[in-house]
Design a protein around this ligand. Structure first.
Ligand SMILES: *[C@@H]1O[C@H](CO)[C@@H](O)[C@H](O)[C@H]1NC(C)=O
Ligand SMILES: *[C@@H]1O[C@H](CO)[C@@H](O)[C@H](O)[C@H]1NC(C)=O
Length: 702
């Protein structure tokens, strides 16, 4: 009995341990994959990033590394006489008619052998025309060629070999070489002279840089023990006109082989690649789609409106859903439609580990899509928004967001990739933003050093330009209505992309759900809402500007506008009042985020803080317009004048505070009416507690 329960306890503990281990693996396998670059900085994990690779021969992921040949370290027999390749799943464009792409790749390798093994044969960084491998490429063929294909220029391969076994054509058993269609290197360099042993007795990780310059057509290889800086002088520096040898679209990866009886493990522990983005070829499909965006968008709006009205009238749910579906599919200029089962696969069945965030209407998941056309497979990362309110509301939410975001195109807005209305599921697919949302970088301890001054300025300029586009540049004005740090997403270069257009419409179409929208319930939202909104229940371009002001102060001060600040003798003080106090005392730069220490530009910081205050003006009509905001941020215009004391907010307002209200409401369907049709009573009821807390936030130093 005792033995049995002990046994099952151990089993249970083991399962728990494995699960934890697995979870940890998924967490730490940080990666970035974009059109022309990727980075697997923290190792490899089959579950988390195995989908990005094609495995050939006996290659696999194991022990956090790419194992190009088998890694069963205790079974010498199966390690011998084998070969493999691991290729990144999609190709990169390496040349065009008149130019060649430069590329840089960095990786960490470990060619492991046990004390009593003699190392053999070698590992290679590989550029190949496809994701296949020749048969019988074990032994001296390094997974690159075989007896028949070696030297044949139809191979279209170029590789950097890390060779541990001497053949007649090799200088020794410890060299690197540039291989063109053959394992007989074009250029090779013995490593003995450089103090490097590829497979020393004591396992050693080496960092390798392979840099190709598409202009000078030089291939350079650098190699040092992991942790040491990249040396100034390359080990190998060879001229090669890649275009003569490799396919225009080529795959990158690794190949390796073991010998008999000589064996080794061929491990790649980290890998990143950047390939220069050559100018696009003219692609007619995109032109067609582009042309289809303007006029059809208007038709789309009308159609969606018709569907919406029809939907309300119809009693038969089935019929309704068919109509809904058909119309969506037939709309010109619509982004791509996806099948539910593909999205399910991409998100690992909407697994918890893929969850990126959660909002009022939906849950957002990360997804990895394999897009196959007739030749290639492309891997794209996406963010999938799943609408989770009840059926009717979800459909409304889905339609509203789709209607708004679908017609907007701007480099600082998150791009809609596609949609799915299938098996009763409603999903919107967006570009995945590898750096997550702005708030994470401002407040998460693990991201604390990512936002230097330059990035902060760039982010604010990006958001300002997105806002300007929404308010002015598009023929129908859109009010975002939910501007806050958590809705500002960052791409891999820390460019801001405004996201989440979900809130605007719900206030319009779903009057009773005001409370559900999280306006009062989410404390983080508090400091972003303009005071007049609590009275009018209506969002305007000016209230968006107020929200933007809060974001500016937040980014410069590194403090959340929703969290009161306790400062000396003052009571709880809102961020705006706190900054205003410094302004009055002539020391506004004291509000700058102390984590920046002195690493910021004082004039820029002052200008941004004054801009933040000007946008936070309690009187809507006094706030700057987006045009001016953008120019102030970029320094094309001087900072705005800000009075030493914050003007009081009074209600009802005198004069005409809303400049564009009329045209806004009349030209935009769902998005800009926003709160205007909302039931005023429930609004005011709902918001009284909010205004109260807002007031308590505004008392400081007045
Ligand atoms: C290695 O394996 C191949 C089959 O893949 C076989 O033909 C060859 O004889 C083997 N060589 C040795 C030395 O075992
Ligand atoms: C090179 O490979 C091609 C295609 O596999 C083949 O047709 C050709 O005969 C080969 N050339 C030589 C010299 O072996």
């Amino acid at each position: 009995m005792g033995i049995v329960s002990n046994g099952s306890l151990i089993a249970l503990a083991f399962i728990l341990f494995s699960l934890l281990h697995l979870a940890a693996d998924i967490q730490t396998a940080a990666l970035m994959v974009e059109k022309n670059k990727f980075s697997f900085d923290e190792g490899f994990n089959q579950t988390a990033n195995g989908d990005y690779f094609v495995f050939l021969g006996k290659a696999a992921i194991g022990y956090g590394a790419l194992q190009i040949t088998p890694d069963t370290a205790n079974d010498a027999y199966s390690l011998s006489n084998s070969s493999g390749r691991i290729m990144f799943i999609r190709p990169f464009r390496l040349w065009s008619d008149d130019s060649q792409a430069s590329f840089n790749s960095t990786f960490v390798i470990n060619i492991y052998r046990k004390e009593n093994w003699t190392a053999g044969q070698g590992l290679a960084f590989l550029i190949a025309p496809n994701t296949s491998m020749p048969a019988a490429s074990e032994m001296e063929w390094l997974g690159l060629t075989n007896e028949d294909t070696d030297g044949n220029n139809t191979n279209q391969i170029v590789a950097i070999e890390f060779d541990t076994q001497k053949q007649v054509y090799d200088p020794d058993d410890n060299h690197i070489g540039l291989d063109i269609n053959s394992v007989k290197s074009n250029t090779s360099v013995s490593l003995d002279d450089h103090g490097i042993r590829l497979s020393p007795e004591k396992a050693t990780n080496y960092s390798v840089w392979v840099d190709y310059n598409g202009t000078s057509k030089l291939m350079k290889v650098y190699m040092v023990k992991e942790g040491e800086p990249k040396p100034r002088i390359p080990l190998l520096n060879a001229p090669i006109n890649l275009k003569e040898y490799v396919k225009e679209e080529s795959y990158f990866g690794f190949a390796a082989s073991t010998g008999y009886p000589n064996i080794q493990l061929n491990c790649v522990l980290k890998w990143s690649l950047w390939v220069e983005d050559l100018p696009e070829k003219r692609d007619l499909t995109w032109l067609k789609i582009g042309a289809g965006v303007g006029v059809p968008a208007v038709i789309l709006l009308i159609l969606l409106g018709v569907i919406y009205v029809n939907k309300r009238k119809r009693s038969s749910a089935v019929e309704e859903s068919n109509v809904f579906d058909e119309h969506l599919k037939s709309l010109p200029g619509m982004p791509r439609e996806f099948k539910y089962r593909d999205i399910k696969k991409a998100t690992n069945n909407f697994h918890e580990s893929m969850k990126l965030g959660e909002g009022g209407f939906g849950i957002v998941y990360r997804g990895i899509l394999n897009l196959k056309d007739h030749i290639n497979t492309h891997v794209t990362e996406i963010a999938v928004k799943q609408f989770v309110r009840d059926n009717i509301k979800s459909k409304d939410d889905f339609l509203a967001e789709l209607t708004i975001i679908h017609r907007l195109r701007h480099r600082h807005l998150v791009r809609l990739v596609g949609w799915c209305y299938d098996e009763g599921k409603l999903l919107l697919l967006y570009d995945f933003m590898p750096n997550g949302s702005l708030d994470k970088h401002l407040y998460d301890a693990s991201n604390r050093n990512t936002l230097n001054w330059e990035r902060r300025c760039k982010i604010l300029a990006g958001v300002a330009s997105a806002l300007h586009y929404l308010h002015n540049d598009y023929d129908q004005k859109v009010v975002h209505r939910d501007l806050k740090a958590s809705n500002i997403l960052l791409d891999s270069d820390y460019n801001a992309r405004l996201g989440d257009f979900g809130l605007a419409r719900a206030l319009d179409n779903d009057r009773n759900s005001y409370a559900e929208l999280g306006l009062g319930g989410v404390p983080g939202t508090m400091g972003y809402v303009a005071p007049e909104c609590f009275h009018t229940g209506r969002a305007t371009p000016e209230s968006d500007v107020f929200g933007f002001g809060a974001v500016v102060l937040e980014v410069v001060c590194g403090r959340s506008p929703g969290i009161p600040i306790i400062y000396h003798q003052h009571k709880d003080c809102s961020l705006v009042d706190w900054v205003w106090m410094f302004h009055r005392e002539g020391s506004i730069q004291e509000a700058v985020d102390e984590r920046l220490s002195n690493n910021y530009v004082v004039d820029e910081a002052k200008r941004l803080l004054l801009l933040g205050l000007a946008c936070s003006h309690p009187v809507a009509s006094e706030r700057p317009r987006t045009q001016a905001i953008y120019q102030i941020i970029t320094g094309a215009m001087p900072h705005p004048h800000v009075p030493p004391f914050k003007p009081a907010f009074t209600w009802p307002l005198m004069g005409a505070p809303y400049s564009n209200t009329e045209s806004t409401t009349s030209t935009t369907t769902v998005s800009s009416k926003v709160c205007s049709a909302t039931n005023m009573e429930s609004n005011i009821q709902m918001s009284s507690s909010i205004s109260q807390s807002f007031k308590s936030l505004s008392t400081c130093s007045q």
